[in-house]
Design a protein around this ligand. Sequence first.
Ligand SMILES: [Zn+2]
Length: 250
Amino acid sequence: MSSQSIREVHEKIRYIHSLYRQLKTLASRYNNVQLRVKVQKKKTAEAEADYADIKAQLDKLNAEIRQAEGRYSMIDAALQKRKAQLDAAKSNKEYTTLKDQIADDQRRNDALADEILAQTEKAEEFAPRLTEAQNAIDQARAAQSAVESELRQLVPELKESSEHLQSELRLKLKEVDTEFAPPLREALRAFDGDQAMAPVEGEYFCGGCRMEIPMQYIVALCEGKPYTCGSCGRFIYLPKDFTINNDEDE
Ligand SMILES: [Zn+2]
């Protein structure tokens, strides 16, 4: 054991653990907002797709209306031509034939006119749907931009806090007791930051994996020896209020 008391050694590791936890909190704050950005982007894309879908339906309908109007014009031209021929009919037979053709064309055009009217009414119903879809896009874009701006504002703040914590960590890791430093380094290589260490929980449980720590190792910890959990491999330290039976300070 170096000049540090057992309490001081564990106090430092406890502090190092708290620094790692704070780093993790910063990371999860960032991830959280980033996730919200992702969700909002998806909502915007969905609103845009909805609009495009409605617009495509309307375009198709309008194209059908234009086609029907074209047919109507053609039939109507034929109809007018036949009406003119009617006066110049040279026989009764010709007259009757023309009359029948005119009546037939008229029926077809009446049906076409009904169809065009119905399609036009249907097309008019698209206007409020398009407005609604456009409003949904506007809302989604506004929400996306708000959360994107939140992320932009958060980044420098998180960066500064993170740099501060990192430099504090580098400093404190250097101060770890020489006997405790190697196993702590090993755990930090094996685990991600805050997961590398755990306090003793209760009287003799690993605070990481909740497995029982054999009493001999608890005794060893209290005597100033380092211990790495035999189950999970986390570096174990004593929590603040842990009773060290053979406390050298007392
Ligand atoms: Zn464990």
